[in-house]
Write a protein of this length. Structure first.
Ligand code: NAP
Length: 223
């Protein structure tokens, strides 16, 4: 098990308390049941705590990981740790080659990423784990919270098959790849695109979590 700092643990406990308050909105959505089962390439934009925690788990689960930041030449240790053929690339190249894109960057980076790569992302699955935090992200946090962080991001990345997941769980609290089978946690997630359900659920199970579908993005919860 990864080790959580006290701050991370506080976030995790808070998220857990929120989860206990879930009102049974686990209604199924219809989707193509086969879509989640093929091996896929994931562009992980952001290779910090969250990008590495998820990326290492997905690499071990058989996804082809491409980690991308503004400094892909510095990601040698990251791709070595992920193993399983993981690569590093520029954001543009990773987006181009990926079936699924995950955003694991400070929320304030989203507008510029959307401006540069939003068109190339259209039609692709986009998993968003970013939280808007005023102390780190500034004004955009207030704007995003006013409409809902998930909805604000989905508007920035209009045309993607947008999934909101993983944002309520601290990076340090995910299992290591060899602990996935014994992991036991619920992972709430939301989307407005019913077709992504098998993909989202497979991604969540690959981290050791049990997917809890909470409906549309208006139901997405924040820290
Ligand atoms: N850490 C957690 O426990 C946790 C839990 C839930 C949700 N989240 C959310 O997940 C997101 C990532 O958190 P983190 O803790 O992993 O952050 P982090 O450790 O600070 O890593 C951020 C990563 O984003 C990259 N990045 C920043 N600006 C970029 C840009 N414009 N284009 C491409 N890459 C960029 C950084 O690389 P370069 O600077 O080299 O580009 C770095 O690899 C945040 O929004 C956070 O709120 C975190």
């Amino acid at each position: 098990m990864r080790r959580c700092s006290r701050k991370r643990l506080r976030i995790e406990v808070f998220a857990f308390v929120l989860m206990l308050g879930l009102a049974g909105s686990n209604a199924p959505v219809s989707a193509d049941a086969d879509e989640g089962s093929e091996a896929k390439t994931i562009a992980m934009i952001g290779a910090g705590d969250m990008g590495q925690a998820l990326g290492n788990l997905w690499a071990a689960a058989g996804y082809h990981m491409i980690f991308a930041t503004r400094n892909p030449d510095e990601l040698g240790d990251v791709i070595e740790a992920a193993g399983h053929g993981a690569e590093a690339a520029s954001v543009g190249e990773a987006v181009e080659r990926a079936d699924i894109i995950t955003l694991a960057v400070p929320y304030k980076a989203e507008p510029s990423i959307a401006e540069k790569y939003g068109d190339a992302m259209k039609g692709k699955v986009l998993v968003n784990v970013d939280n808007a935090l005023e102390y780190r992200d500034g004004d955009i946090a207030e704007k995003a919270e006013a409409v809902g962080e998930a909805i604000y991001s989905a508007r920035l990345f209009e045309g993607t098959r947008f999934i909101r997941a993983f944002n309520l769980k601290a990076a340090c609290s995910f299992p290591e790849p060899d602990e996935v089978e014994s992991a036991d946690f619920e992972m709430p997630w939301t989307t407005n695109d019913a077709s992504v359900r098998p993909i989202a659920e497979e991604l969540i199970r690959a981290t050791g979590g049990t997917p809890v579908y909470e409906g549309g993005l208006e139901n997405a919860r924040e820290y």
